[in-house]
Ligand binder design. Structure first.
Ligand SMILES: *Cc1c(COP(=O)(O)O)cnc(C)c1O
Length: 432
């Protein structure tokens, strides 16, 4: 019944890594601490499969946490990167492909006429906030508990006590006065939104339209429209952080899907095709505040990097037309149905499967999760045990209850069947 994983070489290199990298990794979730095991070192990957340095092969549902909508090492994306690399890796001067990419993004995203590229989503949201503050002459931000917009100081804020009160630092090193200009309220809570909008003048209301950093917690019907109305009434800009949802839940992200168009859009992950690229964009009149068109300073040595732009362009072009999204939706739905069926067959009444196209979360919760409090109330130990059971059976699922699964266009029926079989065995192993 129990399965196990060979991990001698990963263990060896983790030991070495601990001496040179904090926690042995370059980003915390990779350490797998929240599922109570040591990290797995990757050797290489093909399509939807990951091969570690101990030669274990996994169906990869993490796909680098979002960028790899076409799976790993898609030949057309790799060719585009190699062609670009041979022409020079960076110039610090404009290239034609940057304009092509901006045009491609503008064609897809209803709220984006003009954009500025950055190397990471963190930088893009930091810069979007600077622009919102410059454009409104205001300082305060409204964000939602459980939303992640990169590790920007002012956004690493937790809710203070009571509704619509100033935020408190969510990490040592974040100055209290910086966190205090961020107000944090519960997602999907129109009353809290109304109260906060009454009490403060915001530079921006910042939201992941399909929050996926507390597990996937879709917006309640009409909630995104309420954000738009609240921002307009308040005089704040509405910023959608579509770093995950952009080009994933549909060609035009959440804004294309719902018709709720923000003032500024933050993009990342898919836009870089697996290389470091991100962007923020909006209407021309707003974006022309950015230097050198305007006086809001923003810059980057590797922004619009030729390799990343080539990968992003190739990735977007492979998404052209309806079929890729129909297929991604079908893959997501088949996985969701299979996992929900496995949970039901195991007699589990505490499993909720939340989905949007290209996104999924299995919550260990007796009732549907609608906000961060609900996500935090999940049975994290049981998730951890189930997730370890999946890994041992060749299924690489997010090593945290608070991260989404990322179905890709490289996942096949066989990958889903293997995953559902592993899920069934892992449910049996952890007991009811
Ligand atoms: C990943 C992520 C970011 C940060 O992007 P980085 O490239 O990791 O800095 C911002 N917002 C959301 C919604 C994300 O998922």
């Amino acid at each position: 019944m129990t399965a196990s994983l060979r991990d001698t070489r990963s263990a060896e290199h983790y030991e070495r890594a601990l001496a040179f990298l904090p926690g042995g990794v370059n980003s915390p979730v990779r350490a797998m601490r929240s599922i109570g095991r040591d990290p797995i070192f990757i050797d290489h990957a093909e399509g939807a499969e990951l091969i570690d340095i101990d030669h274990n092969r996994y169906v990869d549902w993490v796909c680098s946490w979002g960028p790899l909508i076409h799976g790993h090492a898609h030949p057309q994306i790799v060719d585009a990167i190699c062609d670009a690399a041979r022409r020079g890796t960076t110039f610090g001067a404009p290239t034609v492909a940057e304009v092509d990419l901006a045009e491609e993004v503008g064609r897809r995203m209803p709220g984006v006429q003009m954009l500025r590229m950055t190397s990471s989503g963190t930088e893009a949201s930091m810069s979007a906030i600077r622009l919102a503050r410059a454009a409104t002459g205001r300082t305060k931000l409204l964000k939602f508990a459980g939303a992640y917009h990169g590790h920007v100081d002012g956004l690493l804020a937790d809710a203070g006590s009571g509704l619509a009160t100033q935020g408190i630092p969510a990490s040592p090193g974040v100055p209290a006065e910086v966190a205090a200009s961020t107000i944090v309220i519960a997602w999907n809570d129109p009353a809290a939104l109304a109260e906060a909008a009454d009490a403060h003048e915001f530079a921006a209301i910042l939201a992941e339209p399909y929050p996926a950093n507390m597990g996937l917690v879709a917006p309640a019907v009409g909630f995104l429209e309420k954000l738009r109305e609240a921002a307009d009434a308040n005089g704040a800009l509405l910023i959608f952080d579509e770093v995950i949802s952009g080009f994933r839940v549909g060609p035009g992200g959440a804004q294309g899907l719902t018709g709720v168009v923000p003032d500024l859009t933050v993009m990342g992950k898919v836009i870089g095709g697996g290389l470091p690229a991100a962007a923020f964009g909006g209407p021309r009149e707003l974006m022309r505040h950015i230097a050198p068109a305007g006086d809001v300073y923003q810059a980057g040595t590797l922004s619009g990097n030729p390799l990343a732009v080539a990968a992003g362009l190739a990735s977007l072009k492979l998404l052209d037309g309806e079929p890729p999204y129909t297929r991604l939706a079908a893959t997501t739905a088949a996985l969701a149905t299979g996992l929900a069926g496995a949970a039901e067959a195991a007699g589990r009444e505490d499993v909720q499967v939340s989905t949007a196209t290209g996104l999924l979360t299995v919550f260990f919760s007796p009732s549907p999760v609608i906000d961060y409090a609900g996500a935090q109330a999940c049975d994290l130990d049981t998730y951890a045990a189930w997730c370890r059971g999946l890994l041992a059976r060749g299924v690489y699922a997010p090593a945290s209850q608070f991260e989404a699964w990322f179905p890709s266009l490289a996942h096949t029926r066989e990958h889903i069947d293997h995953t559902v079989a592993a899920a069934t065995a892992a449910f049996a192993e952890i007991g009811a």
